[in-house]
Design a protein around this ligand. Sequence first.
Ligand code: GLU
Length: 492
Amino acid sequence: MREIRLRFPPSPTGYLHIGGARTALYNWLYAKKHGGKLILRIEDTDGDRSTKESIDGIIEGLEWLGIDFDEGPYFQTDFEADHVKAAQLLLDKGAAYKCFCTKEELDEKREAALATKGSLGYDRTCRHLTPEIVREKEAAGIPFVIRFKVPERTGMLGYDDEILGRIQSDYKEVDDFVIVRSNGKPLYLLCNVVDDIRDRISHIIRGQDHMTNTLKQVLLYEALEAPLPVFAHMPLTLDNKKAKISKRSHGEIVAVQFYRDNGFLPWALNNFLALLGWSAGNDQEFFTREELIAQFSLDRINKSSAIFNFKKDDPKFITDPKAIYINEHYLRTMEVEQLGELVRAELEAEGLWNDSYARDRKTWYLNTLDLIRDRFHTLKDFTSLGRAYFADDFVVDEKPLNKNVLKFEGLKEWLPELANRYEQLSDFTVEETERVARELAEELNIKPGVLINSMRTLATGQLAGPSMFDILVTIGQDKIVERLRNVHKYFA
Ligand code: GLU
């Protein structure tokens, strides 16, 4: 039995894209499920486009998601000697050849083929050069590339894809592809295989966009006498108009960083990404880490594209509504202690953290989070929509201000009177605050709702929220008295 070894080999030419994160996640799930190992390999051979910033960003993003590695990061550039050696080996055993055709000659052949509707592939001129001619051309300093010699066989070249089934092509359809450029640099296609062989990779789970390489790579495995890994090509992620998702057309929401910066929980994003192209075969939507590892399987990955349902023109949704929905679920159901840690970081960043929340006011702090989290979508909401619980400089939204306060001139007297009565209470409880408010409403002959809704607006700045009397007790007597007395400011 072969050891189960998977890899995530990003090219560090940009940010960690949600499509890349999904690939990493599927590999991680497979490795975890089968007791295998996951290797991180940074494919940095494209020196012009690879950046240190991108490498750091990718590693940080994976760390944030909790996708951990058993080996690596390895860097492809550290193994250049292996790539060159493999190319030489292929030449030596006659599985590859030097091709001296110039760009101009190749262009001419292409033109001619286009004109006669012939095959556009390389016509294999140099495949048949004698060793003497090759030596002469080399001695004359004519530049050459190295091409792989596709075997002349009848029958089909193919492999069994775990997701797509048998993938095959006639040998004749495969071009003698280049494996080393004229500057002596091996092509990515070869480096990728050489590294996977050295890292003893048994399973390659990657996007369908890499399929153009796979048949050629199957030939390389054979020529290098290495066992073929299992291939699984995952569906692409498209937007709801079936266009490829990219930063240029969709903005920051395609980067993992966006979710971290916008108050998403890492596991919620993993859960969302898992469902982007895979399902458990029933309608289960939420998975713990253990459940997802146990249930994940390649045969339940969809064959067709996954849709990242981002409504660009709907300001209500900062990203795919499903990602928000999953995030809300975890925000509302996670251990409140754990939530407390995450919200602490948000409060600290806003200068709203108070050390007492970790000590004598810890119960108050955790109860408050538990009270307000029901309507929140992301961790950011605790310091924006929930600001009034932690600070006095919160914003009173215009809508509830107009609807619940400014419409009733009488509140200028009623709320200060209520504040006086609240100030006198020795028991500032849910029952007592409610009794006093209802009593006053009756005396004034107004609906209790007028007092309750205006209180909510002045106490929290929001139109909706938890039960009003719970809010009063949570925010506390002194602050409530002060906020109710402040009503006159809004009429000014
Ligand atoms: N370096 C490639 C990429 O970032 C991955 C190739 C592979 O998975 O074989 O798309």
